[in-house]
Design a protein around this ligand. Structure first.
Ligand code: AMP
Ligand code: GLY
Length: 427
């Protein structure tokens, strides 16, 4: 089988890496891919934009590609699945109506309310005056969110009324483009975040191993929010008891409610949870895709061939499969970022040490890299995901750090404390 993978991050490199472990997969084309997918055997990059649906469909139909696996949310929200399905291709990823679960926070909150899924109290506003008086009435801390896709930048956890008000102004003044037509204001939740990614065929929904992401740039979870600076899996805070509750109180309800709305949702449903100190949880957000960097720690532990799961979702027979099988142990990934990220940073720095890191036992997934005359150079804020696997989390974390020591490029930055909560025995 030939597969087309859409996207260019560490998540897509990990998807390609996992799919290529199967002999069933003859060839993968990655659109547009990165420096990592460029140099893998049986994989090639195709320089098209992720929303060039016509370009992808022509290429796929001409070259015998039967399955398209979509990484990022933007093409899903723009309807890539609807478009390519209409051309006769199998697509892993929800249709446009389903992708609203990520593309509109107001829509997702309404769905949670309808489905009685536990989530933070909220209100939706279409203009600033009412939003600001709501903030004054509720007090702080309070969370202000732009409604639409904002590349992870549309959320402000405001400590003061002034902060909340300027976030409201920024959104309505169009700082996030069309993401700013609505503002969602939410109760501020405290606790620990866990990502539960689940695979669904629209009828059955099965969680993958829970993972924990580290979103802040600084050690001890301080400083600006980023796309994710590291992750580990499984996350011990998501106990089997908690996962059983997530299945019935979140995943099953979400899929049943989507179906009741006439939405046949097939792909990944990612629930971002906040687990309170008392062990209860609420859903912070849903995403319509694999998490990044969660995928880079979940897939190394997956024992069931990924393409079997993906095809079962697309063909609506996930319920017929045996339970998803996992390898023993744990994995951790540390993100090597460009100096300055998540602010401005340089691109084009030569990267060395990847073979030495891999010789030390890690898997290096490329994120923001490209090939420049056979040299791998930096091409984004999050550059590499150095991933270790071990018998337990401590070993996986130690391996990832032993590997990343070998990586060098001008301005490299990475957090030294990925997994620190587990390593400190705080969970
Ligand atoms: P979201 O895009 O909705 O996941 O928000 C991004 C990040 O903002 C989350 O990962 C949390 O760290 C934080 N966040 C979002 N909603 C809340 C909330 N209600 N209470 C506290 N933190 C939140
Ligand atoms: N790691 C967070 C996300 O993928 O949204």
């Amino acid at each position: 089988m030939k597969v087309l993978v859409v996207g260019n991050g560490g998540r897509e490199h990990a998807l390609v890496w996992k799919l290529l472990q199967s002999k069933q997969i003859e060839q993968i084309v990655c659109v547009p891919g990165n420096g990592g997918t460029a140099i893998m055997e049986r994989c090639q990059n195709l320089p098209l934009a992720v929303d060039d649906f016509e370009g992808m469909s022509q290429y796929a139909l001409k070259n015998g590609i039967s399955l398209v696996v979509v990484g990022p949310e933007v093409p899903l929200a723009k309807g890539i699945t609807d478009y390519l399905q209409a051309k006769g291709l199998m697509v892993f990823g929800p249709v446009k109506a389903g992708a609203q679960i990520e593309a509109s926070k107001a829509w997702a909150k309404a769905l949670m309310q309808e489905a009685k899924i536990p989530t933070a109290q909220f209100a939706v506003f279409t203009e600033a005056v009412a939003a600001k008086s709501y903030v004054k009435a509720r007090g702080t801390p309070i969370v202000v969110k732009a409604d639409g896709l904002a590349a992870g930048k549309g959320v402000t956890v405001a400590e003061t009324v002034e902060q909340a008000q300027s976030a409201i102004d920024a959104i309505f003044q169009g700082q996030f483009g069309s993401a700013g037509q609505f503002v969602v204001i939410e109760e501020c939740l405290i606790g620990q975040e866990v990502s539960v990614l689940a695979l669904t065929d629209g009828l059955t929904i099965r969680p993958l191993l829970p993972a924990q992401d580290h979103k802040r740039i600084g050690e001890g979870d301080t400083g600006e929010n980023t796309g994710g600076m590291g992750a580990y899996s499984p996350a011990p805070i998501a106990t089997p008891e908690l996962m059983a509750r997530v299945q019935t109180e979140v995943l099953d309800k979400a899929i049943a409610t989507l179906r009741a709305k006439g939405i046949d949702y097939r792909g990944v449903l990612y629930a971002g949870l906040m687990i309170a100190p008392d062990g209860n949880f609420k859903v912070l957000e849903f995403n319509c895709r694999f998490g990044d960097p969660e995928t880079q720690v979940i897939l190394p532990l997956l024992a069931t061939p990924l393409e079997e799961l993906i095809l079962a979702c697309v063909q609506q027979r996930l319920g017929e499969l045996p339970p998803i099988a996992w390898k023993e142990g744990a994995s951790a990934t540390v993100v090597a970022a460009s100096g300055g990220y998540p602010g401005e940073y340089e691109k084009g720095q030569v990267i060395t040490g990847i073979p030495e890191a891999e010789a030390a036992g890690v898997t290096v997934f490329h994120a923001g890299t490209k090939l420049n005359q056979q040299q791998v150079v930096t091409d984004g804020g999050r550059v590499l995901n150095v991933t270790g696997v071990g018998e337990n989390l401590e070993q996986a974390i130690a391996q990832a750090y032993a590997g990343i020591k070998h990586i060098q490029f001008e301005g490299i930055y990475y957090r030294k404390d990925i997994g620190y909560r587990v390593a400190n025995g705080k969970q």
